[in-house]
Every structure is written in structure tokens, then in C-alpha cells.
Ligand binder design. Structure first.
Ligand code: F6P
Length: 741
């Protein structure tokens, strides 16, 4: 029997018993009251009649007078009849013939006492009547009796009507109670239970969202039930996730990932679904110098990581066409196949005008979000006009991407802080799309992020993604804390999922990497080339340190050069012997904070070089230009140590590239502990770049390290990088994205 039916029946029985009891008592009271009224009336009529006729007894013609007086009572309310019986005389009755029908009439003669009365209910002429009689006195002696009969059938009628009214009231009450019960039960018990049951079924089959559905009605016990079931399911899901991840880790660890393996793997996962990448920076820039057209690969972590992935999988990369010869090298759709020397995937260039580039790229992205997310004490600048351009350009990229999509559900990987709004824009148009956002820079704590005046819009846009990736768990936690603080949503910390407006986004760490899959990556940096380089830069017989960076205030260049200076001060035996080569690629040169930074760095280099200059010897070679892949590889191989001194960095792929380049298992990596890479590369000499003395010590340690120790450290780091390369990163990222459906 259904719970609502049982509850209604029980409620109706209980109500019926209460209503019956109540009605019984009420009708009894009413009947008593009406009877008492009638009795009072009978007594009054009897008494006043008696008092009125007693004087007539003196007169001889009293029977006539009494009869006459009786007629005055004609029409008296509810009075049926009056009669007088005087001892030894004939009965006087009104109306005529009445005495024969009154059962108590015969008892009148028996009234002998002055205080004797008769009052009784009886049937008369088929009616329910009240018979009342009292003595008639003459000189204080009873000489007869007077009787009155009142109709009391109206009392029975009234009581019947009361019962009828109560029956109607009860029916209405029963109806209202039943409806209310059904509604309340459905709303607060069976409805939520049915939803939870559906959800539990899905959870058992691994299809449900991480938390039970919230109807908003769960209070008290129901709230506890939802809470407990949610927890049980979370534990189940976490256990499943554990098993899945164990299996996954095993699968991912089984052998080294490379281009071919990724290609096969993604084909098995995605079939023929093409991969779309949206990133601000294009992987290949066409530039014209005079009449010469050149194609360069920019210094960008996103490019270093994702170009090999797309070369393996094919697909489309949407990026800002920023080169001065970019328009000359595309077809009418703005597309070309890249890399030009080995076409593997499509690059679709999106054109921005000067105002758009200024507001969206230089302004909001790099004067706002970049310093906001990097804790390097450079003030973020948020201007309304930059924010407007940022929204406009995000829309432009979203529209350009939407044009590329076929009817099949696409897989879209959006890159970085330039496109926080794109996930939602895509998802609004194509809910079937699998959308992932990878945030390549750190995510600060909620207080720091709260500086952004449009933080809600940014977070809302990001939550359009099914999966949001960061380099470290720490950044995931910061992001979830920020969501918790800013947006109304439900966060499930057991699976790291955010549910908002019924849609879930998972937030997970995926430490990005490079393409190194075996020890041969740097084989193109030939010995001859190295010799040539040494000669060109006067590096023969020198101890060489190297740094490779975009010139950015987050990279800790000032701290790095001060540490070189301090090393030379502290360990003068290296004067004239130690050369630090900085391959610095100019970056974001229109931004004042970058211009100031370049100036400061150049002045510092000049000062240090002036201080330690000796003939041709300069301790720091600051090579400020764009450097190609080969040259960077050569410097990595030449170096005794590579110094990465980021003040804050999402990952820093230079550290990984240096390790990958050292197939000779030589060289020392000195790595800032504020770079994401330091979590994986524990065998590097880890430094706090703000602590100049400490960094100088690390440089000295690198310069004096025994070859066996160098080899041991380098070996361990190379194993990590070969195992956790970017092919594995892409496989894990896409697997997680597809799994979230
Ligand atoms: O880390 C964020 C990032 O977008 C990386 O791709 C790269 O290291 C750098 O910033 C590139 O900056 P830009 O594209 O502004 O030159």
C-alpha cells in the first residue's frame, strides 16, 4: 500500500472518531438546551394559565370563562393544547377532542398535592410532545389540574439537521485533509525520495552527478538522509575513482608515451572527432624582414606543450594572427597547414584590430589577470575599456570556433587566462561539446582574486567547461576556494567538482610537460655547433650558466643576476671563469611595467659587467632577442648549470627542456621552488629566488658538484620527464574530459 494512501486512511479514521465524539457531545448539549427551553416555556404557560383562571372558580359560569380564556392561547408558539380538569366536573379542553389522545391525561385526577407536577415526553398524534401538568388551587386546596402540551418534534428536527451539517463539514474536512496530505507527502517525502532513488540508481551505475538532487525541501530528517546518502555515494565514487585512477596510472605508466601512441590512443577514445585548440599565441608566426619571409616558433609554454600534441593528433588550432606576414600565408578562411615543413594540422588565424589587441591582450590579460594570478608584487590594472575588449575578443574567438564545428559533438581544449569567457560561450551554443579549459598560470587565493572587479563573470565563464585543469593541486584548491567564496554553487571536495545551475565542472591537476619521449631529443645539437657557439661568445674554457626566458618580471631576472654577482663576490676564483648566458626573448613590450623591467635588468647587467669586466671577459651575456629552438638546445647542452629563478610560475617548461636536452646526463638544474616544475623535479637544487645568498650558494654547489652526483640527479629527473611527457599529459587530460560525460 502506498504511504500516502495509508496516511490518508489513518488520518480519516482519526478525524472521523474525533468529529463523531465532538458531534455527539455537541448535539447532546444542544438537545438538552432546547429541551430545557421548552420545559421552561411549558411551566410558564401552565403557571400563568393557572394563575389566570383560578379567580374564575368563584364564578358559577367558570367553565365557559375558562374555555373562552383558553382560546386566547391559540397560536402560542409550539403549544398544541391546554386542558383543565376540575374535580367532579367535565374536562375543558382546547382544541376539542385532544384529551382522548393525550396518554397522560388520565393522570390529572391524581394530582392531589399543591407542589405536585407532571412533566414527561410522550407521543401524541404521532408527534413527539412535552406534557406538563400542575395543580389548580382554591383557598389553598387542590381542586383540579391544568395540563399543557407542547410540540417538541422541532428539537428532533434540529438535532437531525445538526448531524447533517456535521456530516457535510466532515466530508469537506476529509477532502481538504486528503489533498493536503497528498501534496505535503509528495512535496516533502515521496518527491525527494523518488528523486534520491533515481539518483542512487544512477550513482550505482556511475552516471550520476556527485551530489544528490536538492529539491530545497530537505529539512530535518530528510536533510540528514540526503547528506548521508550523498556521503555514501561520494565514498563509493571516490573508491571507484581510486580504482579507476590506479588502473589509469598503470595504463599510463605501462610504457613511454610518444606521438604514435597518443595518436592511436585518442583515435580509440574519440573516433574521428577532431580536436580543437583555442590559444591566444599561434604556434607559427610569419614575419617579413625586408623581402625575406620567415616563420618562427614563439617563446611560449603553450606552444612548446601543445604543438607536439596537435602534430600527433591533427585538428585545428585557433589563435591570434600576430605576425606582420600572417595574412599573406593563409587561405581565404584564414587557415594554413602547419608546421610548414611537415603539415600535420590546421592553424586558423583570428584577426584583431589595434584596439582589440591593446584592450584584450596587453590590457585585461596581461596588465590585469597576469599580475593578479602571479604573486610577484606587481599591481594588476583593471580598466573598464580593457574588460570590454576582452569580452568582445572572447566572443570573436568563440564565434570563429563555432563556425568550424560540424554536427558531431566536438572536443575543445581552451588554453589559458586569455579565454576565461569562451567555455560558457561555446557551451551555450553547443551543449553537446566537450569543453576543457587549461589554466597555464597559477591561481591565487580567493582574497587576491577578489581584486578583479569582474571576478564573477570570469568564474561563470570558466564554469562553462566540463573540465578545468591547473598544473598543481594547490592551484585547484585555490580555484575551488574562490568559487566557494564568490558563486552560489555546490562543491564536492571528494571528486573536486563544482555544480552550478545543474551543470558540473571537474577541477583537476595536470602538470604539463614537453615532448621528450626518449634521450634523442637533443641529438640535433651537434658537437660542431657547440664549438662554434663557444667561439662566437668567448665561452671556451669557461664555466657556463644559462637562463632562457621571456623577459618578464615574474621570471626573477634581477634576483638571478644579483645571485651571479654575489657568487663572484663570495667565490672570487670564478672571476673571469664564470659566464652566465641569458637568452631573453622580448615580450609584451608595449606594457609600461615590462618596459621598466627591461630597463632595470639592462642597467643591472651593465653594472655587474662593469664591475667584473676583464678584457673581453663579461660575466653576464644578456642576449635580448628571439632565439630559435636549435640555438636554445645548444646552449642547454653547453651549460654547466641552468638557472630558473621564477618568482612565481605555473609550471616553467624551461626547467623540463633543459633536463630533456641533457642526454649526456650532465649539467645541474637550479630551480625556484615557486615554479610548478619544482614539485616533480625534486632532484634539482631548489632555491628561494628572493634569497640571493641562498641562490649564490646553489650556484657554487652546482659548480663544484661531483660528476657522479650530477649524473644521479639528472638521471632521476630525465626518467620523470620521459615518463610524464606532454603526450601522456594530453592523453590524461582528454581521458578525464571524455570521462566526465
Ligand atoms: O604561461 C602562460 C603563457 O601564455 C604561456 O603560454 C607562455 O609562457 C606565455 O604566457 C606566453 O606569453 P605571450 O603569449 O604573451 O607571449
Amino acid at each position: 500500500m502506498k504511504i500516502s494512501f495509508r496516511l490518508i486512511i489513518s488520518l480519516l479514521i482519526a478525524t472521523a472518531v474525533v468529529v463523531l465524539l465532538f458531534s455527539y457531545v455537541q448535539t447532546q448539549v444542544e438537545e438538552r438546551k432546547l429541551s430545557e427551553d421548552l420545559s421552561l416555556r411549558s411551566r410558564l404557560v401552565g403557571k400563568s394559565f393557572k394563575e389566570a383562571i383560578e379567580p374564575f372558580l368563584e364564578q358559577t359560569e367558570h367553565p365557559g370563562r375558562i374555555r373562552q380564556f383558553m382560546e386566547k392561547f391559540k397560536g402560542h408558539t409550539r403549544l398544541i393544547g391546554i386542558f383543565v380538569k376540575l374535580k367532579g366536573e367535565k374536562l375543558i379542553a382546547y382544541p376539542d377532542g385532544m384529551p382522548e389522545q393525550a396518554a397522560s391525561f388520565g393522570e390529572l385526577d391524581q394530582i392531589e398535592q399543591r407542589d405536585q407536577i407532571i412533566e414527561r415526553r410522550e407521543k401524541w398524534d404521532g408527534k413527539d410532545v412535552l406534557f406538563y401538568a400542575l395543580p389548580i388551587e382554591k383557598e389553598e386546596t387542590v381542586v383540579g389540574a391544568v395540563g399543557v402540551i407542547h410540540d417538541r418534534s422541532y428539537i428532533t428536527r434540529r438535532i437531525k439537521e445538526s448531524w447533517k451539517r456535521l456530516a457535510v463539514t466532515f466530508s469537506i474536512l476529509a477532502l481538504v485533509l486528503s489533498i493536503t496530505t497528498v501534496v505535503v507527502i509528495r512535496w516533502s517525502i515521496t518527491g525527494p525520495i523518488a528523486k534520491i532513488a533515481d539518483w542512487a540508481k544512477k550513482a550505482r551505475m556511475g552516471e550520476a552527478s556527485p551530489s544528490p538532487p536538492a529539491s530545497g525541501q530537505e529539512k530535518g530528517e530528510m536533510e540528514r538522509l540526503v547528506f548521508e546518502i550523498g556521503h555514501m555515494a561520494s565514498s563509493l565514487k571516490a573508491a571507484r575513482l581510486d580504482l579507476y585512477e590506479q588502473a589509469q596510472t598503470k595504463q599510463f605508466q605501462d610504457s613511454v608515451w610518444n606521438k604514435e601512441r597518443l595518436k592511436e590512443y585518442l583515435r580509440s577514445k574519440l573516433g574521428n572527432t577532431p580536436l580543437f585548440v583555442v590559444a591566444n599565441r599561434e604556434p607559427y608566426i610569419h614575419r617579413k624582414k625586408g623581402d625575406e619571409l620567415e616563420c618562427i616558433v614563439p617563446a611560449s609554454g603553450v606552444v612548446t606543450a601543445l604543438d607536439p600534441v596537435l602534430q600527433a593528433t591533427g585538428g585545428v588550432w585557433l589563435a591570434h594572427g600576430s605576425g606582420n606576414a600572417d595574412r599573406e600565408t593563409v587561405n581565404q578562411d584564414g587557415k594554413l597547414l602547419v608546421p610548414p615543413w611537415n603539415p600535420s594540422y590546421s592553424l586558423k588565424r583570428v584577426w584583431l584590430d589595434e584596439a582589440e589587441e591593446k584592450g584584450y591582450y596587453y590590457g585585461f590579460s596581461n596588465e590585469g589577470l597576469w599580475p593578479l594570478c602571479h604573486i610577484t608584487h606587481t599591481r594588476p590594472v583593471f580598466r573598464i575599456e580593457d574588460w570590454e575588449q576582452y569580452q568582445k575578443v572572447n566572443r570573436k574567438f568563440a564565434d570563429s570556433l563555432l563556425k568550424e564545428l560540424s554536427d558531431a559533438p566536438p572536443v575543445i581544449l581552451i588554453q589559458d587566462y586569455h579565454f576565461a569567457l569562451v567555455p560558457k560561450m561555446i557551451k551555450d551554443e553547443r551543449p553537446d561539446a566537450k569543453v576543457a579549459l587549461f589554466w597555464h598560470i597559477p591561481w591565487p587565493n580567493p582574497e587576491a582574486f577578489g581584486i578583479c572587479p569582474w571576478q564573477e563573470e570570469i568564474l561563470e565563464g570558466m564554469l562553462g567547461s566540463d573540465l578545468i585543469g591547473f598544473h598543481t593541486q594547490f592551484h585547484c584548491n585555490n580555484f575551488l576556494d574562490t568559487i566557494d567564496r564568490v558563486l552560489e554553487s555546490r562543491i564536492d571536495w571528494t571528486v573536486f567538482g563544482v555544480t552550478r545551475s545543474g551543470k558540473i565542472s571537474y577541477v583537476r591537476p595536470f602538470p604539463i610537460s614537453i615532448a621528450a619521449s626518449n634521450g634523442q631529443v637533443a641529438a640535433d645539437a651537434q658537437e660542431e655547433e657547440l664549438k662554434k657557439l663557444k667561439k662566437t661568445y668567448g665561452l671556451e674554457g669557461k664555466k657556463i650558466g644559462v637562463g632562457v626566458d621571456r623577459i618578464d618580471y615574474t621570471k626573477g631576472l634581477l634576483e638571478r643576476f644579483r645571485a651571479i654577482e654575489r657568487t663572484l663576490e663570495k667565490y672570487p676564483q670564478y672571476k673571469g671563469k664564470l659566464v652566465f648566458v641569458e637568452l631573453g626573448a622580448p615580450s609584451r613590450a608595449l606594457i609600461p611595467s615590462y618596459q621598466n623591467h627591461v630597463r632595470e635588468v639592462e642597467e643591472l647587467v651593465q653594472k655587474i659587467n662593469d664591475r667584473f669586466r676583464d678584457g673581453d671577459y663579461l660575466p653576464i651575456l644578456f642576449l635580448k632577442e628571439h632565439h630559435g629552438h636549435e640555438r636554445i638546445q645548444s646552449f642547454y647542452r653547453l651549460a654547466d648549470f641552468c638557472l630558473v629563478s621564477s618568482l612565481h610560475d605555473g609550471m616553467n617548461l624551461v626547467a623540463k627542456e633543459f633536463v630533456a636536452a641533457r642526454d649526456d646526463e650532465n649539467g645541474v638544474l637550479i630551480l625556484s621552488r615557486f615554479a610548478g616544475a619544482s614539485r616533480e623535479l625534486q632532484s634539482a637544487l631548489q632555491i628561494n629566488p628572493y634569497h640571493i645568498e641562498g641562490t649564490a650558494e646553489a650556484i657554487y654547489q652546482a659548480l663544484t658538484m661531483l660528476p657522479e652526483e650530477k649524473q644521479e640527479r639528472m638521471k632521476r629527473m630525465r626518467t620523470i620527464i620521459q615518463e610524464r611527457n606532454v603526450y601522456r599529459w594530453a592523453a590524461e587530460f582528454v581521458t578525464e574530459l571524455v570521462k566526465s560525460f
